[in-house]
Design a protein around this ligand. Structure first.
Ligand code: PRX
Length: 629
């Protein structure tokens, strides 16, 4: 592969990188392209199964694919118990630094012990296999322990990002019918306390299924504890019920592992369902080859465990590989823009995986901040969440990676569970391109009719064959699963992204083609922002669109029609912005709200966001034949 001359700006891997890498590109691609199912099967054999599969892939009921049919395993057992039985027992599984400088670390032995104890606590509270447990906290070790404890007993975890607010949490508790909520008293964000428990109390007023609330003490500020419902995590963990008994249940490979809510084209956020077996094989394999995990590495994925990146590549992927993961609680530039670089030097981080928005944010403070630190431990860099602009790529490559560290630009989604289009260290790189599909993945760019487009033409990004860590369904809504992902082109998974493929077969993801807005890499739906706006008494109708933003990638712009009796004012605009932040979360706070007299609609009453966007950008809105006068 490295021998072929590629077009454009290309960065070839060095001899050292090639020799050290786990993945030998050519042989992996060759094996996987001949027989993807055999490739996944060979990787699955590196993991522990208490009962073997009778078939690797069952595609008899498309698109409800099943992987590792008949097998039994438990992902948490593979994350912890397997290592505790080896010399990895004393290896650090997790190194954690709080925003306030606090430090904690867990060996595999300790993480296993804490997880078993907490699993016993959950069981004693009546949590059974298949029950849903919601977790709502910042980036702290207890989030990891809670997720793994659920997995051990076959309960289904649903992590709600700690930056979400009342309505978002309420909706997710309600939809998942969670029995238990695990929440922190608060979290630190830029030196301030985010009052997580207070937000949860408000959300719980309307969430009838929650029987117990377990509260992790993080910030230590005064909170309300409701008698009979709320219990302190640390108190429960000191009771005899929190014993070290193994507390493990082997489950069917297709048993649900977690729900993760994400924004879709219309309506409320949907819960994407992932399972123990296939998700385990996918995250294990991709992390091993893409971030090239070696025994001595210290790997840092700077995402939040509340998003899929954190699920797959802070919690499950690293632990499955027996890696040492680093987790940092706070903001990248708190108290100063050197924070990340200081921690890379202090902990000797070898692999850094983050998002373009963070890179752009840190880049703007200049090179002097990273240059004050010794970043020589870094070996590989990564990017995820949105397309990375070539300027940010080059800065990351030169100033952070010192032109030694290849950048893994990983394209994937909550739904895919694992990296789908991504380089490996052996891949020649082009800034801004995710390069090629991972071995075993068949992706393409197609036109309206599902036919492949010509090189460099824009089209829809699709996946043409199933993969082990694919979503299995949308919780409570299998029809939506079929319609949303599999109905436009039967047999092909519709990603919702547009892309082009260049003359070398390299993929360039352009962005969403639906009503999803990526703000600083976070995925938000126009519908969530609009319904938050119309829940304000002054608002009759609202439309939200994403417009390009230098740091955030996209920023939210809203158009609002007021109810009669309400007057346009700056004060009201501010109030509406705050209202969205309160309902959905600070990340959804609109950049700009314009009060308008009318909204462009189709004759059937659908708001034409495309027209609003074209107007705002001063470009041609395209076909207006369906626009109502
Ligand atoms: O538009 C793509 C963008 O993020 C979307 C998925 O968002 P989410 O489910 O929140 O998962 C994000 C983390 C995996 C995709 O449909 N996206 C993600 N990674 C990239 C990207 N766009 C371009 N390049 C990427 N590397």
């Amino acid at each position: 592969m490295a021998e072929k001359k590629l077009s454009g700006e290309v960065y070839y891997p060095s001899k050292e990188v090639l020799e050290y890498a786990n993945a030998k590109c050519e042989s992996l691609y060759e094996f996987a392209s001949k027989d993807p199912v055999a490739f996944w099967e060979s990787e699955a054999k590196n993991l522990y199964w208490s009962k073997p599969w009778t078939k690797v892939l069952d595609d008899s009921n498309k698109p409800f694919y099943k992987w590792f049919v008949g097998a039994e395993t438990n992902i948490a057992y593979n994350c912890l118990d397997v290592h505790v039985k080896t010399a990895r027992r004393n290896k650090l599984a997790l190194i954690w630094e709080g925003e306030n400088g606090e430090f904690r670390s867990f060996s595999y032995f300790a993480l296993h012990r804490e997880t078993c104890r907490f699993a016993n606590v959950l069981r004693s509270l009546g949590v059974k296999k298949g029950d849903r447990v919601t977790l709502y906290m910042g980036r702290i070790p207890e989030l990891m322990i809670g997720m793994l404890a659920c997995a051990r007993i076959g309960a289904i975890h649903s992590v709600v990002y700690g930056g979400f607010s009342v309505e978002a949490l309420h909706e997710r508790l309600e939809d998942s019918q969670s029995k238990v909520l695990i929440v922190a008293d608060g979290s630190f964000q830029r030196g301030k306390i985010v009052e997580l428990k207070k937000i949860a109390d408000e959300a719980l007023q309307r969430a009838a299924t929650v029987e117990s609330v377990l509260v992790v003490k993080r910030t230590g500020h005064q909170i309300n504890m409701e008698f009979g419902r709320d219990m302190w995590y640390h108190e429960l963990m000191n009771l005899p019920i929190a014993n070290n008994n193994e507390c493990l249940e082997m489950v069917d490979a297709e048993h649900p592992l977690f729900l993760l809510y994400t924004s879709g084209t219309t309506g409320k956020p949907k819960a994407i369902l992932h399972t123990h077996g296939g998700y385990m094989v996918g995250t294990y394999t991709t992390l091993k080859y893409v971030f090239d995990i070696h025994e001595e590495d210290r790997y840092w994925c700077a995402a939040d465990p509340g998003w899929i990146t954190g699920h797959s590549y802070i919690v499950y992927g690293p632990l499955l590989n027996g890696a040492t993961s680093f987790m940092y609680e706070g903001a990248p530039n708190y108290p100063y823009p050197h924070r990340w670089w200081q921690m890379i030097e202090k902990y000797g981080i070898n692999i850094l995986y983050t998002a373009p928005t963070a890179i752009r944010g840190l880049m703007r403070f200049g090179d002097a901040w990273p240059n004050r630190y010794n970043l020589a431990s870094l070996r590989l860099l990564g990017s995820v969440g949105e397309p990375i602009n070539p300027e940010a790529w080059r800065w990351y490559y030169k100033v952070i990676g010192k032109e030694r560290c290849p950048i893994m630009d990983t394209w994937w989604q909550t739904e895919t569970g694992m990296f789908m289009i991504t380089p490996m260290p052996c891949t020649p790189l082009k800034p801004g391109s995710g390069t090629k599909p991972f071995p075993g993945i068949v992706a393409d760019v197609v036109d309206e009719n599902g036919n492949p487009v010509k090189p460099n033409e824009e089209g829809y990004l699709v996946i043409k064959t199933p993969w082990p860590s694919m979503l299995r369904t949308i919780w409570n809504d299998p029809d939506r699963y079929v319609n949303q992902y599999w109905s436009k082109y039967p047999g092909m998974y519709m990603t919702g992204d547009s892309a082009r493929k260049d003359e070398d077969g390299y993929f360039w993801v352009i962005g969403r083609v639906d009503d999803v807005i990526k703000v600083s890499g976070y995925r938000l739906g126009t519908a969530e922002i609009e319904s938050a706006l119309v829940s304000h008494p002054a608002v009759a109708e609202a439309a939200a669109i994403g417009l390009p933003h230098e740091l955030k990638g996209n920023a939210i712009h809203c158009f609002v029609l007021l109810k009669t009796g309400y007057e346009k004012s700056d004060k009201l605009v501010d109030e509406l912005k705050q209202h969205v932040a309160h309902e959905v979360g600070p990340i959804a706070k609109p950049e700009h709200i314009e009060i308008v007299d009318s909204l462009p609609k189709t004759r059937s009453g659908k708001i034409m966001r495309r027209v609003l966007k074209a107007r705002a950008l001063g470009i041609d809105p395209g076909n207006l034949s369906t626009l109502e006068e």
